[in-house]
Design a protein around this ligand. Sequence first.
Ligand code: NDP
Ligand code: A1CAB
Length: 282
Amino acid sequence: MTLADSTQLPSIALLGAGSMGRAVLSGLLAPTVEVIGGIRVTNRSAARAAELADTPGVTAFATDDDPDANRRAVAGAAVVIVAVKPAMVPDLLDEIAASLEPGAIVVSVAAGVTVATFEAHLPSTVSVLRSMPNTPAVVGRAVTGLSAGTRSSEADLALVRSLFETVGTVVEVPESQLDALSTISGSGPAYVFLLIEALTAAAVEKGFTTEQAAELVNGTFAGASELLVASGKTPTELRIQVTSPKGTTERALAVLQQADLPALFTKATDAALARAKELAAG
Ligand SMILES: NC(=O)C1=CN([C@@H]2O[C@H](COP(=O)(O)OP(=O)(O)OC[C@H]3O[C@@H](n4cnc5c(N)ncnc54)[C@H](OP(=O)(O)O)[C@@H]3O)[C@@H](O)[C@H]2O)C=CC1
Ligand SMILES: O=C(O)[C@@H]1CCC=N1
């Protein structure tokens, strides 16, 4: 490991060790990352905190065991990542507000909840940023949307960018675009898995075993993704390469195109966007 490969981060409190909290944590625990001052993680249930108890560099607290867990975790932390469900955010912010260090950076991963809500619940000395990572963070392949708040400096943005780069790539957007980004890349892995499930069901229906179907379909999605990245070609060019004139793929695509997938994805992402607005309203 060279110095250029490594990331140094100041002390971090991660509030909420669910799917996304643990996905972000996985990047912070990489050998190339040094969190000076360590990582404090909180969760509601003691069971999840116990799972993290032996992780080097991590101190885990459960709010079920200790009502002060979140306040203890944020005291002295330079960066606080809020990874609880959106509906829980306002109460959590009220709980920790007085314990935050002046100058602390609070980063939200919560869908929908606006910077304005965070800033309204926190002291004016605290810098707020919003992020929208996705679950491939677990394998270092997240795409994270990141937006600065009204009180965050360029240095805060750079620090939080480097934090999320431990789990993948980062796309900076104005907050007005973050909910839209969430409907694409935040939710996106679920759309891909739904397609995988559907193609797997078609394979089983054609007589393949579940194991064979998984090998065929998972391998095809992984190979196609890698081909897209490695070839530098567009998805359209690559689709055309598969589709022999008057061949079998052409027949299959004609059926799929009847469903007007672009319109369906517009409708689906519009529904996700509407839900983000509901979450913002609380
Ligand atoms: N899942 C995803 O793909 C993405 C999720 N997000 C956002 O991440 C956030 C978390 O979602 P997700 O990880 O899926 O949800 P989970 O339910 O998996 O995680 C939420 C975690 O918060 C814990 N928790 C609840 N209350 C408290 C509290 N008062 N203090 C500390 N911890 C608490 C829960 O503990 P317990 O289990 O014990 O109740 C749970 O572990 C949401 O705001 C979501 O919008 C953002 C991008 C993508
Ligand atoms: O479904 C959700 O609300 C979160 C945000 C994006 C992905 N999961």
